[in-house]
Design a protein around this ligand. Structure first.
Ligand SMILES: *[C@@H]1O[C@H](CO)[C@@H](O)[C@H](O)[C@H]1NC(C)=O
Ligand SMILES: *[C@@H]1O[C@H](CO)[C@@H](O)[C@H](O)[C@H]1NC(C)=O
Ligand SMILES: *[C@@H]1O[C@H](CO)[C@@H](O)[C@H](O)[C@H]1NC(C)=O
Ligand SMILES: *[C@@H]1O[C@H](CO)[C@@H](O)[C@H](O)[C@H]1NC(C)=O
Ligand SMILES: *[C@@H]1O[C@H](CO)[C@@H](O)[C@H](O)[C@H]1NC(C)=O
Ligand SMILES: *[C@@H]1O[C@H](CO)[C@@H](O)[C@H](O)[C@H]1NC(C)=O
Length: 550
């Protein structure tokens, strides 16, 4: 009666305890919009939209919260109309819930608390966010854990008297802020995340990330106000069409006794199992790899470069790609990189600086038409990345890496309102000031000035009078409600010659201005960045400032 042969040590106690139910893996239809499913350790009651009950170790874990749902673009809009066991193995069943837009699967193993989940697209509209999440009992789940934070979730009662100051952000009577975005993190750097209390934990573990859109910098929310371990695989500012048949997942939703160490151990185990052999989808199983060797045209290896493989069309920037599958890594010190478990198909390859020894490089590398075949490693030898001649560089402030790291308060943990610590006016002297004297965010009305000494360079270089300098400004983020005037020696610079924009804040921007030689003088020159319009907490997040002769 005790099926101890299949028990693993971690769930042994629980299995023995509940073995008298001995029902095994099940899916049962209660009425036309209610089902229950689970195993001997846990079970879920699913209704048309919400999974409203979750039983585990004799307790019900949804409580006063709303339970589990899935939806796109911020809504709980997937409505389940039928359920079936779509496949089974010796020790698992795959339960598929069908809606108009696709199918959400819960893959339930005999002796596992929790389930693997994946969603297969049938007819999703163009979308910007797809998510599933559990909203669980706030009395049982008290803390949130991401790879960057492990701390109590703000008490829900706190929100009730607080003033909502912007999207999902509240100010308390004592002036401090609470925001669910404090629990955001970089999706491709996650190990596992979840919410937990002294008795129970609910976790998400994503050993594979190829179904996430966008590049290394993609960030989303994990644990939110109503104690929900959110799962948001597809965030962006723009709506994008989705590949029919695209599969998000599988990831593991794990239930345990609230120990972080157990979730951590399980996360390493899942990593070793990816891609999961039990998913009988030929396209999912068909994978190969790629290796390459990338050098800059000035001879340097592309040390530490961010490497991205995605859409064949490399004119669409990685941050807004999202129709298919995406792979990210970093090159080693020698410029070599490799990616494994890549779905077979044709891709475009991208590389850009992630700071450090490439901190001065603002151009990128791209190559289209990279074929990946199942079971083989595609080798890309001697790739060359064209970079401008470094001799012409006048100065660089901050590493070019699309992040605000290096500047004052840059790279600090997510915390709302910290941009208030930046001054309205600032003076930076090239050669004297240090990078950390420049603040990461400029938001208040005022001028930040950079003084640099050209000495006699304007006389020495060129001589035909046509020379100009190029000012390259890279912003780790920007919000449209703030405006900035850029000046050289108090003369307003015209429209930027290059401008990459995105609709949302937090997205990288790059602009270049041409500075005519006549605007520069021997000796001291001053670049000015004047914020002329201001909205609270909105502004420019600096990444890098580069001035060079053209
Ligand atoms: C479900 O059953 C109810 C009655 O029990 C009926 O009114 C309703 O139309 C049914 N819905 C579907 C989708 O079959
Ligand atoms: C679900 O689990 C609870 C105990 O955790 C049990 O009482 C209940 O019978 C189970 N439901 C089903 C449908 O098996
Ligand atoms: C909210 O305000 C009400 C009435 O002013 C008060 O009774 C309650 O204690 C406050 N709650 C919190 C969490 O401060
Ligand atoms: C403000 O109140 C919150 C909630 O009581 C508390 O956690 C926080 O530490 C307080 N902050 C300050 C600056 O007093
Ligand atoms: C890469 O560089 C090209 C040429 O400057 C530019 O058009 C493109 O937008 C850049 N893309 C990214 C993602 O940096
Ligand atoms: C900013 O530039 C605009 C012209 O584009 C000008 O009208 C305005 O006066 C400038 N503001 C400041 C504060 O320099």
């Amino acid at each position: 009666m005790i099926r101890s042969i299949i028990l693993t040590s971690s769930c042994f106690a629980a299995c023995v305890q509940l073995v008298f139910a001995n029902r095994g893996l099940f899916l049962e239809q209660i009425d036309n919009t209610t089902w229950t499913f689970g195993n001997d350790l846990w079970n879920v009651t699913q209704e048309a939209v919400y999974a409203s009950k979750l039983y585990f170790r004799g307790s019900e874990l949804v409580g006063s919260a709303t339970g589990h749902y899935m939806g796109y673009d911020g809504e709980n809009n997937l409505v389940w109309t039928s359920a079936a066991i779509t496949s089974r193995g010796e020790d698992y069943i795959d339960v598929g819930f069908s809606c108009e837009e696709g199918e959400l699967h819960w893959v339930i193993f005999d002796c596992m608390s929790g389930a693997y989940q994946y969603f297969a697209n049938r007819a999703l509209p163009d979308l910007s966010i797809l998510r599933t999440l559990w909203r669980l009992d706030p009395k049982l789940f008290l803390r949130g854990r991401t790879y960057q934070r492990d701390e109590p979730l703000p008490d829900f009662a706190l929100y009730q008297n607080a003033t909502k100051v912007q999207d999902e952000t509240w100010q308390l009577a004592n002036g401090s802020f609470i925001t669910k975005y404090d629990f955001s993190d970089y999706v491709r750097e996650r190990d596992f995340y979840g919410i937990y209390g002294p008795r129970f934990g609910s976790w998400y573990i994503h050993p594979g990330t190829d179904y996430y859109n966008s590049d290394h910098l993609s960030q989303t929310l994990t644990c939110a106000t109503q104690r929900s371990p959110g799962h948001l695989p597809f965030p962006r500012g723009e709506k994008v069409a989705q590949l029919a048949g695209k599969v998000w997942g599988p990831w593991l939703w794990l239930l345990n006794d609230g120990t972080v160490e157990d979730a951590s151990r399980q996360a390493s185990e899942e990593l070793a199992k990816w891609p999961y052999p039990w998913l009988k989808d030929p396209a999912y199983q068909s994978r190969g790899g790629v290796t390459g060797n990338l050098r800059l045209s000035d001879g340097r290896p592309a040390s530490g470069a961010a490497v991205f493989m995605g859409d064949i069309d490399t004119t669409r920037r990685p941050s807004v790609q999202g129709k298919r599958y995406y792979y990210t890594t970093h090159a080693g010190h020698d410029g070599r990189f490799s990616l494994e478990h890549v779905r077979s198909g044709t891709y475009g390859l991208y590389a850009w600086s992630d700071g450090d020894t490439l901190g001065d490089v603002y151009t990128n590398f791209s190559k289209s038409g990279i074929d990946i075949a199942a079971g083989t490693i595609t080798e890309l030898c001697d790739l060359t990345w064209t970079v401008p001649d470094k001799v012409k560089r006048l100065f660089t402030i901050g590493d070019f890496d699309k992040k605000a790291i290096g500047f004052r308060n840059g790279g600090s943990p997510y915390q709302h309102g910290i941009s208030n610590q930046s001054p309205a006016n600032l003076k930076f002297t090239v050669g004297k000031s240090t990078t950390s004297e420049w603040h990461y965010a400029q938001a208040l009305v005022g001028t930040w000035a950079i003084e640099f000494d050209l000495g006699q360079q304007t006389l020495m270089l060129g001589g035909d009078g046509d020379d100009s300098a190029t000012l390259s400004l890279s912003f780790a983020g920007y919000s449209q409600s703030t405006a900035m005037n850029v000046t050289i020696n108090d003369q307003l610079l015209g429209d930027p010659s290059l401008y990459r924009s995105g609709k949302t804040s937090g997205e990288w921007r790059f602009v270049q201005y041409s500075i005519p030689r006549a605007a520069l003088k021997e000796g001291l020159n001053t670049l000015g960045f004047t914020v002329t319009r201001y909205t609270q907490w909105r502004g420019f997040m600096w990444d890098s400032i580069i001035l060079e002769w053209t």
